[in-house]
Write a protein that binds this ligand. Structure first.
Ligand SMILES: Cc1cc2nc3c(=O)[nH]c(=O)nc-3n(C[C@H](O)[C@H](O)[C@H](O)COP(=O)(O)OP(=O)(O)OC[C@H]3O[C@@H](n4cnc5c(N)ncnc54)[C@H](O)[C@@H]3O)c2cc1C
Length: 258
């Protein structure tokens, strides 16, 4: 329940507010998660006036503003098809107008398609903290310790490589449903290949990062060998994980040839 609302126009003011312990004070992106899930009394710091919604290509990278909405990422025309597919799978049209990139990463679960694709792309987050100290952290290091990583800090942006071959495939009960098992893979021009699984657990997991793709499917099967829950058994998830990783790699290979 939101008991105080602030809309600062400087990072310094935002960080001062976020450093308060009482009441607990949180950054407000689109507010979807905050409004629907957090029941305790909180103060929120709206990030809208901080200029954090930009999306641009700089050299070989895309610089995505933390407060960019998921729909604005789609509208930018700059992101890869697999990322578009993941965003459209994760949130419907109305929610995409509101949900922000940083809010979606912070609130993500093991079934978050957007997070999985960004993890495959080895995304790097930019954080700013007290004294406007700026830090960078890889998404894979951020996710397991979100609260600790955010103490007194704000995500200002996300950097991903531009134009990298990336693919996302999933299995769900219906096309609009969240994935029971999903895979995302990315391949760098050097041959470096990363594979990520989703559909189970607290967050998507990176299961393979090697100089070439050989062994990615085996790593995927092994990573989900105990991934059983009420939605699917471990054996099914493990087998399907290997199949989906191979599907991603085949799609990437076809794109490179085409
Ligand atoms: C019932 C329910 C189910 C959901 N299921 C899923 C799901 O399956 N998969 C999934 O991915 N998401 C899920 N979500 C999460 C949510 O819908 C989306 O991830 C949404 O995109 C959140 O974006 P937002 O901008 O509205 O976040 P907000 O609600 O504004 O913020 C979410 C969190 O991120 C923090 N935050 C926001 N911006 C920043 C920033 N710049 N720096 C630091 N911290 C920041 C906030 O303080 C808050 O803790 C679910 C939410 C609900 C309510």
């Amino acid at each position: 329940m939101i008991i105080e609302y602030y809309r600062p126009d400087s990072l310094e003011d935002a960080l001062n507010l976020l450093s308060r312990k009482d009441p607990r004070t949180l950054a407000l992106g689109g507010g979807l998660y905050i409004n629907e899930v957090i029941k305790e009394p909180i103060a929120v710091v709206d990030l809208q006036d901080l200029g954090l919604a930009g999306i641009k290509k700089t050299g070989k990278n895309l610089q995505l503003g933390a407060a960019a909405t998921l729909q604005s990422l789609l509208d930018s025309g700059l992101i890869e098809l697999a990322l578009e597919k993941a965003i459209m799978h994760q949130e419907n049209y109305n929610r995409r107008q509101v949900a922000t990139l940083a809010g979606s990463l912070v609130a993500s679960t093991g079934r978050s398609a957007l997070t999985a694709v960004l993890l495959a792309l080895d995304a790097e987050l930019e954080l700013v903290g007290g004294g406007q100290r700026r830090d960078k952290i890889l998404l894979g290091d951020f996710l397991p310790l979100r609260e600790e990583n955010l103490a007194g800090r704000l995500i200002t942006g996300v950097r991903i490589p531009a134009g990298l071959a990336v693919s996302y495939h999933y299995v769900a009960r219906s096309p609009a449903d969240l994935p029971i098992v999903g895979a995302a893979a990315a391949r760098w021009p050097s041959g470096r290949t990363r594979a990520v699984l989703l559909g189970y657990g607290e967050q998507p997991v990176m299961v393979f990062d090697g100089p070439e793709a050989d062994g990615a499917d085996i790593a995927a099967r092994s990573a989900y060998s105990d991934a059983g829950d009420q939605w699917a058994g471990a054996e099914y998830r493990s087998e399907t994980a290997g199949v989906l990783v191979n599907r991603c790699l085949e799609e990437i290979a076809e794109k490179r040839e085409g």
